[in-house]
Design a protein around this ligand. Structure first.
Ligand SMILES: *Cc1c(COP(=O)(O)O)cnc(C)c1O
Length: 378
């Protein structure tokens, strides 16, 4: 937490706005709009809830298909199934680790020919880096398909100078505990369409019609954010740029120290924008490095250092086994060889040094055993 969150929370208590309505929610939405550069926003209880609402708002219905990035967290695709629709997973490219625009174009063209276009496209901005939005948006506009941006991991990232999440019909964000800023749990929808955001608020509060009694003509949800948590969010927004700087600093220190080792390649930062480096991610070439991703992860775990594999692509998840997918080899390779290093905004130089020296140790250990094996086999 920064310096202001507790003040805002105390204000909520002092004014007795302990509810999913109140002045902090309105202010958080307005302040968020300013950061993102989108005119309308609705604060909700999670990023997953925001995706669920976004899909409803663009009219996804049972039996529809939704194209979706495959290299992502399950929360991106789960809400597609809440609506009885089916995801079709699209592979990423090696440049951005995000949805491959050419694959999207080609697949939409093929689908258009047989008159079977999806109802929506969800593009993810993974690990704090924007997808290549221009060609993706162009493809969606060409075939008149609404684009939803899952910017849960990319708050603070830009594409050609504009914030991720501000390009599509709807952008969604998450304030879960692991994200770059947090309200403990929470989410946001943003849009350039005021009516969509109005409708989001309506659906998020049980779709209550304008009437003095309780009247409902549609099925709604209980998805609004608490005024107390919105107070935390307002404080967190004030430290967002510091958090981005801290994450980028972690990355620079890791890169400077580890790029010297053979077989390590960092997630590239594409020239079209600034990534936040929410997580520092890299891929391992096991032959060159002397150990594979899993050996490194387990070695780090022995030293009480938590690291994680890159997201397992959704087309490989048992729960989505019967879903169609386009491509897949790139995300599968990134999953097999990819590792996310400790990346918290509060890591000290000593913390980073400990991770770096552990990785250097496993490289040196394994390269000397490899050498020994090499000579003994000679
Ligand atoms: C965290 C996350 C979500 C879900 O957000 P919650 O607030 O945890 O519901 C969705 N998509 C991606 C890519 C995420 O990382």
């Amino acid at each position: 937490m920064g310096d202001r969150e507790l003040e805002f929370v105390k204000e909520a208590f002092a004014t007795n706005w302990i509810a999913p309505v109140g002045p902090h929610i309105d202010a958080f939405e307005q302040e968020f709009c300013q950061v993102i550069g989108a005119p309308y926003a609705a604060a909700v209880s999670s990023g997953t809830a925001a995706i669920h609402l976004a899909l409803r708002l663009v009219g996804v219905q049972p039996g529809d298909e939704v194209f979706c990035s495959t290299l992502t967290f399950a929360a991106t695709a789960n809400p597609i199934t809440y609506l009885g629709a089916k995801p079709v997973f699209i592979d990423c490219d090696r440049v951005s680790w995000n949805m491959n625009p050419d694959l999207l174009w080609g697949t939409l063209e093929r689908r258009a020919r047989i008159g079977n276009l999806p109802k929506a496209v969800i593009v993810v901005h993974l690990y704090g880096q924007s997808a290549d939005i221009d060609p993706i948006l162009e493809a969606c506009n060409h075939f008149d398909i609404p684009l939803i941006e899952d910017a849960a991991e990319s708050l603070g990232a830009t594409y050609k100078g504009r914030a991720t999440g501000s390009f599509g019909r709807i952008g969604i964000f998450s304030f879960n505990g692991n994200k770059i800023i947090t309200t403990s749990g929470g989410g946001m929808l943003v849009s350039h369409d005021s009516q969509l955001i109005e409708k989001a608020r309506f659906l998020a509060t049980q779709a209550r019609d304008r009437a003095p009694h309780y009247q409902h003509s549609e099925i709604g949800y209980n998805y609004r954010l608490s005024n107390v948590l919105a107070g935390i969010g307002r404080g967190q927004l004030q430290v967002l740029s510091e958090r981005v700087a801290a994450r980028r600093r972690n990355f620079k220190i890791y890169q400077k120290a580890l790029a010297k080792l053979p077989g390590i390649e960092f997630m590239p930062e594409v020239g079209f924008g600034q990534a936040t480096r929410w997580l520092t991610c890299l891929t391992i070439d096991p032959k060159a490095f002397g150990a594979d991703r899993e050996q490194i992860r387990l070695f780090l775990a022995e030293q009480q250092i938590e690291s994680r594999p890159v997201w397992k692509p959704l087309h490989l998840q048992p729960v989505f086994a019967d879903c169609e997918y386009i491509g897949g080899a790139v995300s599968e390779d990134l999953f097999t060889r990819g590792l996310c290093l400790p990346s918290g905004s509060n890591l000290t130089n000593a913390d980073l040094e400990r991770v770096i020296s552990a990785i250097a140790t496993i490289h040196h250990q394994n390269s000397t055993t490899n050498l020994k094996n090499h000579f003994s086999s000679c």
